[in-house]
Design a protein around this ligand. Structure first.
Ligand code: PLP
Length: 487
């Protein structure tokens, strides 16, 4: 493999004896002497030996091989990769917050507890719920917590016959996974041609063995589920609870509240909607909210406010217990509250309409060349079923790879599973019309290339450090270390 100097691993740049930093002698020897002999390693670790400029250049060059929201347009459907204001990062990294210890006496962290409490209240207002727990670490973790809340509710009523959770076939894969981990059997409900839930099919599956129905709105095809009030009364009449997967809350902020639609339990992805970028393995946060009457089933610890205005941490064990160490990812919680407070009521209410406008603008500028499987306006995102003209042999994967050459992150592809060639775009509200126009131009160029120079599209990308990794091999035999690479 002929790679550029700085595409190499730091180990490959190593030269024996070369040194970029020297530790003071003496002190560290004393420290070593204090360690039990049995814990000391016998050989020195095989660290790379490089000079300081090489280290600096290596990591700076590595960082530019990555594509992020800060480097370009990132229209990844189902992920809300919007721009997150840097001031919120600045606030969350303030040393008065990062230097705290979770076991500090509560009198010394009243302001921190107020941050938790204010966010619990703000999310309850936004969701139309009675209370929120900020403890779960991710969307899927919130779903699992929500399912455990629902299980605890049925158990409290000695209702042990409810073994099943109904989930639409358009749902995010985490929904069936979370219900299964919570101990439930998953039943799939079909979607209609417009991508929304088939209410008749749902009705036929509802009975006294159903614990909950999980729904996403707007759903993963970017469609608004109009029948939620009807669905909610059917679900409640059957004795089950209605769960809202709030990962797609962005277009609904301030416009519609899940609690008002009839949902009983919900989660929100703070790392999508509320100023933490999604992806990269975290940190994330998936707070869970419940309607009045279910508060006692929320996990502990939970921040409460006393009549005298002081804050404390409720650790009673009357709930389903803990779902996380301490109280979730505090830095994400700080960013979310900062975002909500700086946006204010009016700002938050503009998010959804702008995200929806941007998605419809892009969809309508492309649906002559790409197949739009669901007619009508979308919400915050839309799905194409590949190119309109299938005769060129150019697939959704090819289109996504070619976009990399043109300076864009690829959209979500082959999800949702409702269509064969799904290509899912979520522009978000934070992109300018110029960015959207550039993206539209790139997508149109690719559709034309698919006719005129199909090989150019099929062999893309041409400009990335890596083009066609063997994804199966990478998943089955990951090489994660330098010594793996040498095998
Ligand atoms: C992102 C997403 C999830 C899962 O959230 P994670 O934080 O990735 O676990 C669940 N449902 C929907 C609809 C999503 O878009």
């Amino acid at each position: 493999m002929n790679r550029k100097l700085y595409d190499k691993l730091i180990f490959e740049l190593s030269k024996p004896g070369r040194c970029g930093y020297s530790l003071p002698h003496g002190d560290n020897d004393d420290t070593l002497a204090q360690l039990p002999a049995g814990l000391l390693r016998l050989d020195a670790p095989a660290l790379p030996e490089v000079d300081e400029p090489t280290v600096v250049r290596h990591y700076n060059n590595q960082s530019t091989n990555n594509f992020g929201v800060d480097t370009g347009f990132y229209p990844l459907g189902s992920c809300t990769m919007k721009y997150n204001p840097k001031i919120n990062e600045l606030l969350a990294s303030d040393s008065t917050l990062t230097a705290l210890h979770p076991q500090q006496p509560v009198e010394t962290v009243q302001g921190v507890l107020e941050v938790y409490w204010n966010l619990q209240r703000a999310l309850s207002e936004i969701g139309g719920m009675a209370d929120f727990s900020l403890n779960p670490f991710a969307g899927a973790h919130g779903e699992l917590t929500g399912m455990l809340v629902i299980r605890a509710y049925h158990e409290s009523r000695n209702d042990s016959a409810r073994r099943r959770v109904i989930i639409p076939n358009s749902a995010h894969g985490t929904n069936p996974a979370s219900a299964t981990i919570a101990g439930y059997d998953v039943v799939e409900v079909q979607s209609l041609a417009d991508g929304t839930v088939d209410v008749e099919d749902l009705k036929s599956k509802l009975d006294e063995t159903v614990a909950a129905v999980m729904m996403t709105n707007p759903n993963t095809a970017g469609m608004f589920e109009k029948n939620i009030p009807e669905i909610a009364s059917m679900v409640h009449a059957a004795g089950a609870l209605l769960y809202y997967d709030g990962a797609n809350l962005n277009p609904m902020l301030g416009i519609v509240r899940p609690g008002d639609m009839g949902f009983d339990v919900m989660h929100i992805n703070l790392h999508k909607t509320f100023s933490t970028p999604h992806g990269g393995g975290g940190p994330g946060s998936g707070p869970v909210g419940v309607r009045a009457g279910l508060e006692q089933f929320l996990p502990r610890p939970h921040v409460v406010k006393a009549a005298d205005g002081s804050f404390s941490i409720n650790c009673d064990d009357c709930s389903l217990g803990r779902v996380s160490s301490w109280m979730g990812n505090f830095s994400v919680i700080v960013k979310a509250l900062a975002y909500i407070m700086t946006m204010g009521n009016d700002g938050l209410c503009q998010v959804g309409p702008l995200a929806t406008l941007n998605a419809n603008y892009v969809m309508n500028a492309l649906n002559d060349l790409y197949k739009q499987p669901v007619a009508g306006p979308c919400k915050h995102e839309f799905v194409f079923d590949g190119l309109a003209d299938k005769s060129t042999g150019v697939t959704t994967l090819n289109v996504a790879k070619r976009l990399l050459d043109l300076g864009f992150h690829a959209p979500t592809i082959y999800f949702p599973l409702l269509f064969h060639e799904s290509l899912m775009v979520e522009p978000t509200e934070t992109e300018s019309i110029e960015t959207l126009d550039n993206f539209i131009a790139a997508m149109r160029q690719i559709a034309i290339e698919a006719h005129e120079t199909p090989e150019l599209v099929k062999s893309a990308p041409h400009d990335t450090p890596m083009a066609h990794p063997d994804e199966t091999e990478a998943a089955m035999n990951p090489r994660l270390t330098y010594s793996d690479l040498c095998k």
